[in-house]
Design a protein. Structure first.
Lengths: 427, 312, 248
């Protein structure tokens, strides 16, 4: 017995020694999705490394977790498995689903405690719309985007249009698109006037943009978890426009056009105007050999666009000390300077007003003024479709507008069916 | 080959005790040999399946946190759902296009590249290489090639016909396209199997037929094909399973669109289980799928096995 | 083929419809290479797909032999039980199997990643067919010579089913080499992640346009070793069939 004691002591000492640094250092897991092609995962890992070096007490492990949907599923699986991440980037749009799952915590007390560094007023109000609910702030904007119009200035000149004057209204947009559509003698199209991508996607984003421009909204703002408004005149106008671009007006290829290939078509000079995410700005800039501009999405009744993208969330299941460390990390990642860097590195819109005042951002926007359009459009922006069961709801809406594009079924009928479907999903 | 039972009866009943003892050891041996497989399947297949069966009677989804026993509601809802019927029809059409196309092209390619020579070797590599690639990469390339605005294939067609088709934009053409892309990706594997089968056929048999003045078609029809039968059967089974199980290209090419035209059973299951988190409905879908496939297998297997007995 | 062209052409040229540029660019490869820790991912993918294959070759051979040759009660039942695996959509297994791994403490390990695939219905089915195609006289002769079932299996039967093992190996390795969704959910640490996950981390473009040059270069990086192995073994693979013939 006496001989065993020293062994035990030794063992305890070893365990203690091993445990010491772990106790001193808080280890965090951070799940992030990637939505833009390129070495974004490496860029995020680079930021995390910087954070770890400047915060020796905290060690963050970045975990690439797929696209937004896969990432959300991985998080739910990890929570069910009893090992949730400590912080993660999830869609701001998912808030109602996330609240229903009861997996995140409101951030207000952290924000108040750190009011000097985290001034919520510094974030563009448009980006806070899907981040706050019930008087509480649930997430901090990080990688945000909004759709804008890209247009080919050289094509404008060629068609006798003023490259400084992109279309302001749907009527202008259609008449310009007609001038910009180029056909050869045999009638073969060598350049299309306008593309609003509507295929190869499960997203309702651009369709929402059209609905907003027509003066409507895809959901009931007073019942934002549970009511989709699909059977309305603005939705009909949006459907009509989509159907007419390839049909009556002949300025777009008939049928849905793939979201992913659209920027390439534009950069190749094959489409003169396109609706797309600001996230594609870097791609277009590096690949278009001509001068291009960005503009507000033209209005029918009003300017406007939905916002999109991902925010930082903290999880309920995280123990308090780790929660605090996770907040430190989220705070650092959403600081003025880092958001400016991230915007330049990725093409996302920096969600803080002060980021735009940093020297590096000023230099960037002086060189590429196209990046300013998205920011300037923000005052007109509205919250993205926020209802629960969001993925299934979006699929139903996509199904409806693609039906409008691929059939001649009366729009009113499509709308009635679509409304019925979403009502069932939200029942 | 005769069935085991027949064989046992045919054996002289000289040493019944030995036979019985052998049977007992055989059972023990079988249990040992099957154990690794069955234990692994029990943990990672049967357990989830049991949960699926139970889950299919519950309401369990993001929409309604918590469980509720709903009996057969999930099944009833599926059968009532127009979209579900649409998906079933898509699946049937998809498999009917993809499987014969991939198998036939695989067979023809195997016949064409059977033999030696650098050119044949190169052709083999060309036809086989998509098999090695991730389906999503193959699909991304096709997405580019077929894109009606700036894709090279569309460009070529428009030069010939005056307008570029938007193949992924039309409901029927999109379904055909995703089937063709899958066939392109899979046919190389089937070619390899057919090739192996062809090379296993003794050349003398075919030569003998030729000497007797048979045409190439008759040689194939009456000599080669019957000998290829077992391989063909095996390829067919693989092809049907591949066709039903691999939907990665649909994610890249159409995401089930336009208007659910390329939404097939497994894609719908994926959506329900992994995107909508509607575990109840996803479970009901899974249970129905497994039941149907199992019934088909139970009906088809004895028949197939009778057709593929050779030697002995 | 097209992949090579796309990978070697700058995206800018490529987008314009010019599919050749001289000199070809390696920029796509450079960008792809630095987008993920490929060296670690190669190691993990090799360990995962080939390590798993080794285990599977043993399990499917034993199970296939038992179903084809041994007489025992419940043989048909066992056969259909195993086939069941083929009919379950892989995606519905992800969540329950992840939870099982968690409770076994094997989540986020290569062993845990491979565990659900140790038993293979496809391989068992293939090997069962293989053994059944071997005339019974062979093993009876060996048994008469005093060889036990294991020796018979090893020395007499195994050489006869080489093509079946080869066919199964091809299908298994390709599947696991390119597998994405299960590894994405089952692993989190870079030290155990695989190539397909790395590839997806820089080719996804739901919020921007697709970059074919990068996708192509990344795919080639991922697939190169596999291509090489198959080019080298193509003849051996096919000749394994010719020696004994693939029979059902």
């Amino acid at each position: 017995m006496a001989r065993r004691v020293p062994v035990l002591v030794l063992a305890l000492a070893v365990v203690g020694a091993l445990a010491m640094p772990a106790a001193a250092q808080t280890k965090l897991q951070f799940y992030y999705p990637v939505g833009v092609a390129g070495p974004l995962a490496r860029i995020i890992e680079g930021y995390v490394k910087e954070f770890n070096q400047s915060h020796p007490a905290i060690q963050v492990e970045p975990v690439f977790s797929g696209n937004y949907t896969e990432s959300y599923s991985k998080i739910l699986a990890a929570i069910r498995g009893g090992n949730p991440p400590d912080t993660a980037i999830m869609l701001s749009q998912n808030l109602n689903d996330i609240l229903q799952q009861d997996i995140v915590v409101p951030l207000d007390e952290y924000i108040q405690a750190d009011a000097a560094q985290v001034n919520i007023q510094d974030f563009f109000p448009a980006f806070m719309l899907n981040s706050q609910q019930g008087g509480k702030t649930w997430s901090i904007p990080f990688q945000r985007s909004t759709p804008v119009m890209y247009y080919n200035k050289e094509a404008f000149k060629e068609a006798g249009l003023d490259p400084a004057k992109p279309p302001q209204s749907w009527t202008e947009m259609i008449s310009m698109a007609q001038k910009l559509t180029k056909r050869d003698a045999s009638g073969r199209v060598s350049r299309w006037g306008l593309v609003i991508p509507s295929g190869g996607t499960v997203d309702t984003w651009l369709f929402e943009a059209l609905t907003i421009a027509a003066g409507g909204l895809l959901y009931d703002a007073n019942n934002n978890c549970c009511k989709v408004l699909f059977n309305t005149p603005p939705v009909e106008a949006a459907l009509q426009l989509l159907r007419d671009l390839g049909g009556k007006h002949q300025v777009s290829p008939p049928g849905p056009i793939d979201w992913g290939t659209a920027p390439n078509d534009f950069a190749a000079g094959k489409t003169a105007m396109m609706y797309h995410s600001t996230g594609s700005l870097t791609f277009v800039r590096t690949n278009a050999p001509f001068e291009f501009g960005t503009a507000f999405l033209p209005k029918k009744e009003r300017f406007g666009a939905p916002t999109g993208g991902g925010n930082f969330y903290l999880f309920k299941a995280t123990p308090p000390d780790r929660k605090k460390a996770a907040w430190e990390f989220a705070k650092w990642m959403t600081s003025t300077d880092l958001l400016a860097r991230w915007s330049i590195d990725s093409g996302y819109v920096a969600p803080r007003k002060s980021s735009w005042e940093t020297p590096r951002m000023k230099e960037y926007t002086a060189k590429y003024p196209q990046a300013l359009t998205a920011r300037d459009q923000l005052p007109y922006a509205l919250a993205e479709l926020p209802v629960k069961n969001i993925i299934e709801v979006k699929r139903a809406i996509v199904n409806a507008y693609q039906t409008a594009l691929t059939t001649t079924q009366p729009l009113k009928e499509i709308q009635a069916e679509g409304q019925k479907r979403v009502d069932e999903i939200l029942k | 080959m005769t069935s085991p039972g027949v064989r046992a009866a045919a054996q002289p009943a000289a040493r019944p005790r030995v036979a019985r003892r052998r049977e007992r050891t055989a059972t023990g041996l079988a249990a040992t040999f099957l154990a690794p497989t069955l234990i692994s399947l029990a943990a990672f297949t049967y357990w989830p399946l049991v949960r699926s069966v139970l889950g299919s009677f519950e309401r369990w989804s993001l929409a309604a946190p918590g469980y509720a026993w709903v009996g057969l509601d999930n099944y009833a809802a599926l059968l009532r759902d127009q979209l579900f019927r649409h998906v079933l029809a898509n699946t049937a059409l998809y498999v009917v296009i993809e499987v014969p196309l991939a198998v036939l092209v695989g067979l023809l390619a195997a016949i064409a590249v059977n033999g030696s020579g650098r050119l044949r070797l190169l052709a083999r590599a060309l036809i086989f290489h998509p098999v090695l690639l991730p389906t999503v990469a193959v699909a991304a390339i096709w997405l580019f090639l077929l894109n009606p605005v700036s894709g090279p294939v569309a460009d070529l067609v428009s030069r010939l016909s005056g307008s570029a088709p938007n193949v992924l934009g039309g409901p029927l053409s999109a379904l055909v396209t995703v089937a063709v892309v899958a066939a392109y990706k899979n046919c190389g594997l089937y070619m390899l199997f057919f090739l192996a089968g062809l090379q296993a056929i003794p050349r003398e048999l075919e030569d003998a037929a030729r000497v007797e003045g048979a045409t190439e078609w008759r040689v194939f029809r009456h000599v080669t094909w019957p000998l290829l039968g077992p391989v063909a059967l095996y390829v067919l089974i693989t092809a049907v399973l591949d066709g039903l199980r691999n939907v990665d290209h649909i994610f890249v090419l159409t995401r089930g669109g336009p208007a659910n035209a390329t939404n097939v059973l497994l894609y719908e299951t994926y959506l329900k289980a992994f995107e909508f988190w509607d575990i109840g409905r996803a479970s009901a879908l899974t249970v129905m799928l497994v039941a149907v496939l199992l019934a088909v297998a139970a009906l088809a297997m004895p028949r197939l096995e009778r057709g593929v007995h050779y030697e002995a | 083929m097209f992949l090579v062209v796309a990978a070697l052409t700058p995206q800018r040229e490529f987008g314009q419809g010019r599919y050749w540029s001289f000199p070809p660019t390696l920029a796509n490869f450079a960008l792809a290479w630095e987008s993920a820790p490929f060296v670690v991912y190669y190691r993990n993918t090799v360990l995962y797909s080939f390590g798993l294959l080794l285990v599977q070759l043993v399990t499917v051979t034993l199970a296939g032999y038992a179903l084809a040759r041994l007489r025992f009660p419940g043989r048909q039942l066992a056969f259909y039980l195993i086939l069941l695996q083929l009919f379950l959509p892989p995606v519905v297994l992800i969540l329950p199997n992840f939870l099982t791994l968690r409770s076994l403490g094997l989540a986020d390990t290569l062993v845990g990643l491979a565990l659900p695939y140790v038993g293979s219905a496809y391989g068992t089915f293939l090997l069962r067919q293989g053994f059944r195609s071997v005339p019974r006289e062979y093993d009876e002769a060996a048994m008469l010579d005093g060889a036990g079932p294991l020796r018979t299996l090893w020395y007499v039967l195994l050489p006869m089913v080489r093509p079946h093992l080869a066919a199964f190996s091809v299908v298994s390795v390709i599947y696991h080499w390119n597998e994405f969704l299960w590894p994405l959910v089952a692993t989190t640490s870079n030290s155990v992640r695989v190539l397909a996950v790395g590839l997806q981390s820089f080719t996804r473009a739901s919020e921007s346009g697709a970059e074919w040059g990068l996708i192509s270069a990344g795919t080639l990086i991922v697939i190169a070793p596999l291509m090489l192995v198959f080019l080298l073994f193509q003849r051996a693979f096919i000749s394994s069939f010719t020696q004994s013939g693939l029979k059902g």
